[in-house]
Design a protein. Structure first.
Length: 235
């Protein structure tokens, strides 16, 4: 899934992107809200973890398919990135190599890239945090890479069973990474706002002392499942 189906190695220079207001709106919702609002889809898996805390970003996906332990295509991808993008890097087989560090981050920050999602490893994590460049990664590793093998940029890739197309909206925060397809971005924003509004109403009821056990109708469900209420267990 991480190479063009016709077998060529390509760098696609032009992709469609969602409007920045839509991207920023989705980012502000948080990944948990977006994930639930779009039907519990798009989560890239609990193994991708942030190297920083209290950072929330959103951006348009520029995708990379690389050979394991080879970061040449990441360098190729820098050229086609635009402000507001998030770089999404995959490998054609599992890799624990530290394929990305502070020098590549410097190039991406210069181009206005908002962060990195990589289904492999990164290094220079202290420097990346100090620079303020957000990263979500599967591994942290000092193991180096080469620049010798072709791959592709801006082709469909897959992480955690989720297909990411170039230009899809990437939302990332402390809870993980969620991807919204480009064609669903505006709908997803509306759905996410509706979910936040519903949660605000629920929060008000909880603040007033109501129990979720009651307004979710869980008492009857517990009874149907055979759960009994007793004052205490007999000794």
């Amino acid at each position: 899934m991480n190479q063009p189906s016709h077998g060529r190695h390509v760098v696609v220079t032009e992709i469609d992107r969602a409007g920045i207001a839509t991207v920023d709106g989705l980012a502000s919702m948080g990944t948990a809200t977006v994930h639930e609002a779009i039907g519990r889809r798009g989560f890239l898996g609990a193994e991708l973890r942030p190297i920083q805390q209290d950072v929330r970003v959103g951006g348009s996906a520029v995708t990379v398919s690389s050979h394991p332990g080879d970061n040449m295509m990441i360098h190729a991808a820098v050229e086609v990135c635009r402000p507001g993008d998030v770089l999404v890097v995959t490998t054609t087989a599992p890799s624990t190599h530290g394929m990305f560090g502070e020098l590549l981050a410097t190039s991406l920050m210069t181009r206005g890239v908002r962060g990195l999602v990589i289904d492999a490893g990164v290094r220079d994590t202290s420097e990346l945090r100090d620079m303020g460049f957000p990263v979500w990664t599967r591994h942290v590793s000092c193991q180096g890479t080469v620049k010798a093998t072709p791959g592709s940029v801006n082709v469909p890739v897959s992480i955690g069973g989720v297909v990411i197309e170039p230009g899809d909206v990437v939302c990332a925060d402390d809870d993980g990474v969620v991807v919204v397809s480009l064609g669903e971005a505006e709908w997803a924003l509306a759905q996410s706002q509706a979910r936040l509004d519903k949660e605000a109403a629920t929060r008000a009821r909880l603040d007033a002392g109501e129990l979720g056990l009651d307004f979710y109708g869980l008492r009857d469900e517990l009874a149907d499942l055979g759960v009994e209420y007793v004052d205490r267990l007999d000794p």
